[in-house]
Design a protein around this ligand. Structure first.
Ligand code: FAD
Length: 435
């Protein structure tokens, strides 16, 4: 049956989901509070580039956009660690050929919006969702001329991001659980321009300057620049609040990131002008009320340290689409099954993302971490998919996140138990233990 489906938010997840639904013949409308990205610069967006990996690519493949997305990426084969003396160490992410992909958020969003329109989706810009009137099955929107409009649909989907207005209405209902946790760290984006027309560093790596309680990272862009992100505490020493003048900023960067500073000729200008943003984890449940559903960051915003927020949101679309296939037309069943299947995986990736912050900023430069990586590589070579490093389970597979977390606990326990054993003893002792 052809249903009217209204989505709030033409971000990454809302735009992709609209394609899945339009391809099924539904009449899909998206209401987006910002103006059309394609008509010029739109302020207020989050990170400039993103790491797109297997889960996201799988969803894009299902709507025929995988290759078009891959045409716009720069593959990153590993982490390039920069120590305090500027020495470099490349740590591959996985086996040969396993990469994560740096892609422009804007370009990907435009690709998705264009495809949505080609499939008949109607995009309405400068329309802000104000609230849902749940008992009337209606949505209140503020139109471009400031007037309120109430619209009706068969299904409403809130893809309006971490601070979702649709979620705000669900929050007012009985037994709606909600938590939002801010990190003590915020982030600031900086840019490294090309040098003599070429990339200033190896473009096929995600660069990390791990500094224990904070870090700087850099991802490549097609225009041969790098977008750097400083993840740094808001307060304390060192912190954003401590670096309150040019002298302190220059001294801090010079001491802490000595090899990055010469690559950022307008560091001070960027540091002073670019915003400092916060990082939040949002957990809530239920995601469904009658015919209203939350998806993507609106239902599970996570911190960016596993590079999985968008990938998880895209996987939401894959999972929802599979559930629609088996329950065509029965929206009550579709929505309730979706939240039941997906909630545990959203919780798992939220925990994993928080945990990976410590790994990225601290452990990647640590001897124990490196030797564990070596052991895991051997175990994977010997046992194949029965022993997959956690990073591979999350990034290079579509195993449910909750299953990856469960296996990671078991693998952690085994590793802890075997600590002290030689590699050969370790390998022998794994016989029969790896499931
Ligand atoms: P959003 O992208 O936030 O889109 C929501 C849309 O809704 C926006 O267009 C917004 O304008 C619109 N909207 C908001 N309110 C309303 C309203 N009231 N009415 C109408 N429209 C509204 N993920 C990865 O997978 N890989 C990465 O490498 C990665 N890096 C990141 C780095 C940083 C610094 C951050 C902050 C996040 C990163 N993420 C990454 C996470 C990723 O950005 C999000 O998970 C993803 O953008 C979620 O998509 P979404 O469509 O659910 O929400």
């Amino acid at each position: 049956m052809r249903e009217k489906i209204v989505i709030t938010g033409a971000g990454l997840v809302g735009s992709l989901l609209s394609i899945f639904l339009a391809k099924r013949g539904h009449q899909v409308h998206i209401y987006e509070k910002r103006r059309d990205l394609r008509t010029g610069q739109v302020g207020g967006g989050r990170s400039i580039n993103l790491a797109l990996s297997d889960r996201g690519l799988k969803a894009l493949d299902l709507v025929g956009l995988k290759q078009k997305a891959l045409d716009q990426v720069i593959p990153m084969k590993g982490r390039m660690i920069h120590d305090m003396d500027g020495n470099l160490d490349l740590q591959p992410y996985g086996n040969k050929g396993q990469v994560i992909n740096s892609i422009s958020r804007e370009k990907l969003n435009i690709l998705l919006m264009n495809e949505a329109e080609m499939n008949g989706v109607l995009l309405h810009f400068n329309y802000k969702c104000e609230e849902a009137v749940l008992h009337e099955r209606k949505l209140v929107l503020v139109s471009p001329n400031g007037e309120k409009e109430k619209i009706k649909a068969d299904v409403f989907i809130g893809a309006d991001g971490a601070f979702s207005a649709l979620r705000g209405s669900l929050q007012k209902t009985d037994r709606f659980n909600y938590s939002q946790d801010y990190l003590e760290h915020g982030y600031k984006e900086l840019s490294i321009p090309p040098v003599n027309g070429d990339f200033a560093m190896d473009p096929n790596a995600l660069h990390i300057w791990p500094r224990k309680s904070f870090m700087l990272i850099a991802l490549p862009n097609l225009d041969k620049t790098f977008t750097c992100t400083l993840f740094f505490p808001f307060e304390g020493s060192p912190s954003f609040s401590e670096l309150d003048n040019d002298k302190k900023i220059r001294a801090f960067f010079g001491e802490t990131f000595p090899d990055a500073v010469p690559l950022m000729p307008d560091l001070l200008k960027q540091y002073n002008e670019n915003p400092t943003s916060s990082l939040v984890t949002v957990r809530c449940y239920p995601w469904v009320n009658d015919r209203f559903l939350l998806i993507g960051d609106a239902s599970h915003a996570i911190v960016p340290f596993y590079g999985q927020g968008m990938n998880a949101g895209f996987e939401d679309c894959t999972v929802l689409s599979e559930i629609i296939d088996t329950n065509e037309g029965d929206w009550d069943k579709i929505l309730s099954e979706f939240q039941e299947v997906r909630k545990k995986d959203a919780d798992a990736i939220a925990s994993l993302a928080l945990r990976n912050f410590i790994e990225m900023r601290d452990k990647v430069a640590d001897e124990n971490f490196l030797s564990r990586k070596k052991i895991e590589k051997e175990l994977h070579a010997k046992y194949g998919d029965r022993w997959l490093p956690l990073y591979s389970m999350v990034t290079f597979s579509d195993m449910p996140y909750s299953e990856a977390l469960r296996r990671a606990y078991i693998q952690d326990e085994i590793m802890a138990e075997m600590k002290g054993a030689s590699l050969n003893e370790l390998m022998e002792s794994y016989e029969g233990m790896v499931s």
